[in-house]
Design a binder for this molecule. Sequence first.
Ligand SMILES: *Cc1c(COP(=O)(O)O)cnc(C)c1O
Length: 393
Amino acid sequence: MTSQEILALTDQYIMHTYGRSPIAVDHGEGARLYTPEGREYIDFTSGIGVSALGYGNPAWLDAINAQAKKLGHISNLFYTEPAAKLAEILCKRTGESCVFFANGGGEANEGMIKLARKYSFDKYGQGRATIITLQNSFHGRTITTLKATGQDVFHNYFFPFTEGFRYAEANDLDALKAAAGNDVCAVMVELVQGEGGVLPLDKDYVQAVEALCAEKDWLLLVDEVQTGVGRTGTLFAFQQYDILPDVASFAKGIAGGLPMSGILANEKCRNVLGPGTHATTFGANPVCAAAGLAVQETLDDAFLQEVQEKGAYLRNGIEALDLPCFGKTRGLGLMIGIAVKDGYTNKEISAKLAENGLLVLTAGPGIRLLPPLAVSKEEIDKGLAIMAETLKP
Ligand SMILES: *Cc1c(COP(=O)(O)O)cnc(C)c1O
C-alpha cells in the first residue's frame, strides 16, 4: 500500500483518538525510519521511548524469533524461564526484591496503587487510602491513573473518577507536608516528569520525600514508565537519586518494542499482593520477556555510560546551534526537553522538522527528544543538521 492509502484507511477505520503526523512508517533501521516510498526520517521519538535498541537490532530479533518458535504465550498458572530470568536481573540490578509483570504503563501504575492501598489496609484498616501525587505529573489513561495525574485537563468527561488522590507542587517539601493527613498511604512521583515537559525533580527534595515516607509509613511509589530502562543513563532514574522506592513501575522501553510493563517491589512489599488479589492474562508473556532479556544484556554499564555521553552531546549540539525558537535544554541522559520561546509553538516546530526528515515529540509547551538509546553519533549529527537547516533564520 502507498502512504496515502494507509492514511486514508486508518482515518476511516481507526478511532480518531490521536493527533497523528501524516507519515506512514513501513520499517526501520537503527534510529532511522522509512515510509513505504522509501523516504528516510531520523527518529528522535523511539515510539515514545519504547524502541530502546533502535529498529532491527539483531540480538533482539533473534531472542524474539527463538522464543516465538518455542512458546508464544502461556498463562501465569504455569512457569516459564524468560520471565523468571528477567525478574531476577531487574531485582539484582536495582536492589529491589520482586516483580509483577503487566502490559502497559497505566496498568503497571494501577498495580502500584493497588499494592499501596492494600499495604495500608492490611496494617491500618480502611480510611488510609489517599495517594499524594505531584502537579504536572502524568500516570496513565485509565480512570484511576487519569485521576492520579496532577493536571486538571485530564480530569474531565469520564466522571466519576476514582477517589483518593491529592496533588502537591513538585520540589516543595512544605507543600507535600501540607497535603498530608491521617488518610495518606503513599506518595507517587516521576523523577523526571515526562509528559509534563521533561522536568527533573531535585535530588534533595526526592531524598527528603523518601525520609518523610519512611517516617510516616507511607509507601514511596516511583513511576519509571518513561525514565526507566536506561533512558536517563542509569538502569532506573532512582539509582541516580540514591533512593530505593518501595515500589517502582516500568514499561515503555522494557522489552525494546514489544508491549510489557511491571512493578518492582522491595522486601517490605513483596507479600502485599497475594494469590487472587492481582492478575493479568498477558502479563509476563515469554516472547516479551525474551525481548526484555535481550534489552538487559545490551544495557550494560558501558552502554549506560554512552547514553549519558550521547545525551550530553545532543544537548550541547542543540545549545550550540543557538536557534531563535529554542531556549535552554534540560533532562537526564537521552530524555531531553527543549524550551520553546514565545512567538513559537512546539506543534509548528515539530511539523516543520518532520517535513525535513526529523521526528521529535512535544511535552508540555516544549519539545521532547527520546531517541533510541542505541542512536549513533552519526544519526545525532544528522538530526542536528536537520534542526539547523529547518530552524535557522
Ligand atoms: C507513558 C506513561 C504512562 C502510561 O503508559 P501506557 O503504556 O501508555 O499506559 C504512565 N506514566 C508515565 C510516566 C508515562 O510516561
